[in-house]
Design a protein around this ligand. Structure first.
Ligand code: NAD
Length: 450
């Protein structure tokens, strides 16, 4: 492995990956391969997570293609050196910023959106002119196999290397033997800490896209029917296995019953009253995650759903109330189709609950009041979020996507990905025709101060 990484380093040093023509060609090659393998990818995603082709398109293949298209449209202008103003003391110099590739980058991804979360950062890394080592999660093996086939067919291993196996073994082997120029990791906060420590040993910069408990606040003045539809849509997509899924709802006490009724209605209209047979409803990735999630069902009162089947890894969309903030259901990221509903009377009460799990990756506020919207958006420290919506902020590549503190560091998507995988080199260029003696010693008396 070490020899292979050294070959990649040698390849990078030749400068082969740096031209605009090269980067564009690789992105076009990738796009063509995704379109050619679309059917195989959708079948694999169905096998791993029971995603319908429509859901695959919106959250995986189509999402990725849209990122490639947006990058191709702007890459040439992103790559150009950016002129910036020069301050008085440096005149008549001029100043600009060059975007340079970082070098050899490592991208590590989780299993819940296995294609999107491995290949979307790769688009940024290719666009910025890097060599890349890819490591997908071993827990979505069908998608892992198709992605491996795509990458090894279209890219030489000295440019993009696809690595497989148990993450806890393979990743330390890579990171402890070799100094990458950047590590881009998406996954749990617990493993994020391990990655951060390993990177620190070799002073490797990181982007960490982590998880956490993303709250969803529903104010008394919210449109309850629309709020319920949008919350249920995001929460139960991919059977709740989404990093930005509303982890729990905080609803104004006066609207609790109305919201629960509307959520039940939305769940039934999306997945019927037999969601275990629904074309639109996914499955839990594996038995370990299944057992963890059903453990939460004992920690409160089930007001909707609650059934499950280990054989098919099915857990019904479930609403719960009467949960305690000291139980695991309110201390751990749920990452499954279980939605606790808590109430508040004052914003201070709700903020105190949110503060128990600080720096959520996402935050959603449902209200029709501009004043409340401002109060919430400025009053909670979160990665990104929506007003009267949930999760869709991440589908706009003009917005940076990332967390803060325990939910991550750094951001990507669109231009933000290009910047994440580039070094910003600051250049001051000074002409020689003007060279006043005031800039050189002896300085005594030159400022007129002494
Ligand atoms: P995970 O942390 O278990 O695994 C992620 C990756 O790390 C995998 O590729 C795995 O092989 C590797 N890994 C596992 N153990 C390791 C170790 N000891 N050392 C080094 N690498 C190791 O996460 P997961 O269960 O695959 O994904 C779920 C988590 O990811 C949730 O917390 C979710 O919120 C988060 N997530 C975040 C985002 C985001 O964009 N912020 C997106 C999706 C998922």
């Amino acid at each position: 492995m070490l020899t292979q990484l050294e070959k990649m380093r040698n390849y990078f040093v030749t400068g082969a990956t740096q031209s605009y023509a090269f980067r564009k060609e690789q992105l076009l090659t990738l796009k063509k391969a995704i379109l050619q393998h679309e059917q195989a990818l959708h079948e694999a995603l169905y096998k791993d997570l029971k995603k319908s082709p429509e859901e695959c398109w919106v959250t995986e293949t189509g999402f990725l293609l849209s990122e490639i298209n947006a990058t191709l449209a702007k890459l040439h202008s992103w790559m150009k050196p950016k002129k910036v103003p020069t301050n008085l003391v440096n005149l008549p110099s001029s100043s600009y910023i060059m975007s340079e590739p970082l070098g050899l980058t490592l991208i590590i991804s989780p299993w819940n959106y296995p294609l999107q979360l491995l290949f979307t950062p790769m688009v940024g890394a290719i666009a910025a002119g890097n060599c890349i080592v890819l490591k997908a999660s071993e827990f979505a093996p069908a998608t892992d196999a198709v992605m491996q086939q795509i990458i090894t067919t279209i890219f030489p291993p000295e440019y993009i290397l696809y690595v497989q196996g148990d993450g806890a073994t393979v990743i330390p082997q890579l990171m402890q033997q070799f100094t990458f120029n950047h590590v881009f990791y998406t996954g749990s906060t617990a493993v994020g800490k391990i990655i951060y420590k390993m990177a620190a040993e070799r002073m490797v910069p990181v982007t960490l896209e982590l998880g956490g408990k993303s709250p969803c606040v529903v104010e008394a003045d919210a449109d309850i029917q629309v709020s319920a539809r949008r919350i249920a849509m995001t929460k139960f997509s991919n059977a709740g296995q989404m990093c930005v899924a509303p982890d729990y709802v905080l609803v104004h006490q006066s609207k609790k019953e109305a919201l629960i009724a509307a959520l039940k209605h939305s769940i039934n209209s999306f997945f019927s009253d037999t969601p275990q047979e629904s074309y639109n409803y996914g499955k839990i990735i594996n038995e370990k995650q299944f057992n963890r999630i059903i453990g939460y069902l004992q920690q409160g009162t089930i007001v909707h759903g609650g059934s499950y089947n280990l054989k098919t890894l099915f857990i019904e969309p479930t609403l719960m109330e009467n949960v305690s903030v000291t139980d695991p259901i309110m201390k751990e990221e749920i990452f499954g189709p279980v939605l606790p509903i808590l109430t508040f009377n004052t914003a201070a009460e709700a903020k105190a609950i949110i503060a128990l799990n600080p720096n959520p990756l996402a935050f959603y506020i449902f209200t029709s009041s501009k004043a409340k919207e401002n109060e919430w958006l400025t009053g909670v420290a979160f990665g990104g979020g929506c007003v009267n919506n949930a999760s869709w902020h991440l589908t706009n590549h003009h917005l940076p996507f990332g967390g803060r503190g325990f939910s991550g560091t750094g951001q990507y998507h669109g231009k933000f990905s290009f910047d994440t995988f580039s070094h910003k080199k600051a250049i001051l260029k000074t002409p020689t025709w003007f060279d006043p003696s005031v800039k050189y010693p002896p300085f005594k008396g030159k400022l007129g101060l002494f």
